[in-house]
Structures are given as structure tokens and as C-alpha cells.
Design a protein around this ligand. Structure first.
Ligand SMILES: [Zn+2]
Length: 277
């Protein structure tokens, strides 16, 4: 699972550093050295036209100052570098690096999408003391958005329910869905399980949570027990759903380092064999 390193502390105000770690995003792709995961140095940032004053403070990783920046869609990478989709680096980059890159991605995206006030349309400015963009014309503030979503692994005796999402990667995972306005997390669990596979559940229990920067989710994971109904995938969001019990061969599971994989791995039926490492 992705978690910030113990040596990381968040910052909202910039720190002078002649060699900062700069996380540069073009959409959901991050700029890294070609053939590796090295971040661009100051010269590479200059080559992209990144104004140091416009970068967003992210934090300190040990003694290194980390900052985020974004470039317009279609920007070509500087020599020796490439833009790689952040999601493609799960299972490749280490978890601490991914956690900080994910935080930087969300801050860069917030900065990019809140340059103008959503209420009156005037330009906003970033405050120095916190991650907030203020509209001086009408007083509206915009903070980085976090969208809660829940994930639930439904169990029936020793078996677990896995599903293949219609628009997903083809891998099998737990059920998941966004929290709607007015809902508690528990409401979302019950609603999504009912909508996606037609089951009732009980005994909802918290497992863990993980920031998921695609683009700004907080994924909160639960387990729940089957309490009624027959399995009926909706065919829209869920293409297939199946119970997997002791001794069953498992399909290709959610990506390594995801909370989905941690949730499934922690509740594998005895003797169930994973198809992928
Ligand atoms: Zn305004």
C-alpha cells in the first residue's frame, strides 16, 4: 500500500533549495529521466519554462524540498526525459516515492484547475500559509479537492466476492464506488453492493484507507458479510462477479501496491492460489 515515508513532512510555504525534487505533471503523466525514475533538475525545469515562483510546495523528504509543477497538455519533455503515466509506475516505483508523487499530482492539478474563481470568474491567487487559492474579488477560496470513495470486500463464510469492472483493466477486485452527497461511508457500502451485485450486507468493518491520486480520491476500504440476495452483476459497471473459496484458483488481481490488493491479500481464502505475484 502507498504511504508517505516517515521522513516526509508536508509544507505549504516554499523553502529555498538549490536542488529541489520537482514533480512535473502533464495531465496524469509525470516527468522522469528516460529509462529511470530520476526527477528533472533545475536546468530541465528551466527548459520547460517552469517559473520557480509558480511551483507548488509539497513538503520536505528528509532534508530535500519537494515541489510540484504542471505544464500544458501536449508539452514535449526536455532532452533525456519522458512523461510517464503515474499509474503505470505502481509496482515499479517504491511506495514512498509514489506517495509523494501522488500528493504532488493532486496539488498540481488543484493549482491548474483553480486559477480562476468558480463563483465569479476572476483570477485567484495562492496563499502562502496554506494550500488555498483565494479570489480577492468575491472572497471565495478553493482548497485541493479530496473525493471519498469506498471499497468493500464482501465475504460469505470462507469465500470472498471478487468482481471484474466493465471499464477497468480486466483485473479482478473488490467492489468500489464514490460517496454521494449526503451519504455516510456505510451508506455508500450498502448502496454500491446492492446496485452493483444485488446483495445485502451486514457487519461493515473498517480495514484501511489510501490516497488515490486519479485524480483526487481517498479510498476507504471495508469488509462486510453477505446478509442476503443472489449474486446479480449489473452488467453495466460490473461485467462479472464470483465467489472465490478455499482452494479456488484466483484470477488476475488488482495491482500491487493498491489498497484493493492489500484488502484482498489480507482475506484470501485458505489455499486459494493467486494467478499473479
Ligand atoms: Zn470570485
Amino acid at each position: 500500500m502507498i504511504a508517505a515515508p516517515a521522513t516526509f513532512s508536508p509544507l505549504a510555504a516554499p523553502r529555498p533549495d538549490p536542488a529541489p525534487l520537482t514533480f512535473v505533471f502533464e495531465g496524469d503523466a509525470i516527468l522522469v529521466a528516460r529509462g529511470g525514475l530520476g526527477l528533472p533538475d533545475v536546468a530541465a525545469c528551466d527548459a520547460l519554462g517552469i517559473d520557480p515562483a509558480a511551483t507548488v510546495p509539497v513538503g520536505l523528504w528528509g532534508a530535500r524540498y519537494c515541489r510540484a509543477a504542471w505544464v500544458p497538455r501536449g508539452t514535449a519533455p526536455p532532452a533525456g526525459h519522458a512523461f510517464r503515466r503515474l499509474r503505470s509506475l505502481f509496482g515499479v516505483a517504491d511506495e514512498g516515492w509514489l506517495a509523494i508523487a501522488g500528493r504532488a499530482r493532486q496539488l498540481a492539478e488543484w493549482d491548474r484547475t483553480h486559477r480562476f474563481c468558480g463563483a465569479c470568474g476572476e483570477a485567484t491567487r495562492r496563499l502562502a500559509a496554506e494550500h488555498s487559492r483565494l479570489c480577492d474579488a468575491c472572497g471565495q477560496s478553493a482548497w485541493p479537492r479530496v473525493s471519498p470513495a469506498m471499497m468493500v470486500l464482501v465475504r460469505r463464510g470462507d469465500a470472498i466476492l471478487l468482481a471484474r469492472h466493465a471499464r477497468g483493466t480486466g483485473r479482478w477486485s473488490a467492489l468500489a464506488g464514490f460517496v454521494e452527497a449526503g451519504e455516510s461511508l456505510e451508506d455508500t457500502v450498502h448502496r454500491e453492493v446492492r446496485e452493483e451485485v444485488g446483495l445485502a450486507v451486514a457487519g461493515v468493518r473498517y480495514f484501511a484507507s489510501q490516497s488515490w491520486p486519479f485524480p483526487h480520491s481517498l479510498m476507504v476500504a471495508f469488509t462486510a458479510e453477505h446478509a442476503g440476495g443472489e449474486l446479480a452483476p449489473d452488467g453495466d459497471e460490473i461485467a462479472e462477479a464470483r465467489w472465490f473459496g478455499p482452494g479456488d484458483a484466483l484470477p488476475e488481481l488488482a495491482a500491487a501496491q493498491s489498497i484493493a490488493r492489500a484488502l484482498i491479500d489480507a482475506h484470501l481464502p485458505a489455499g486459494a492460489a493467486a494467478a499473479t505475484p
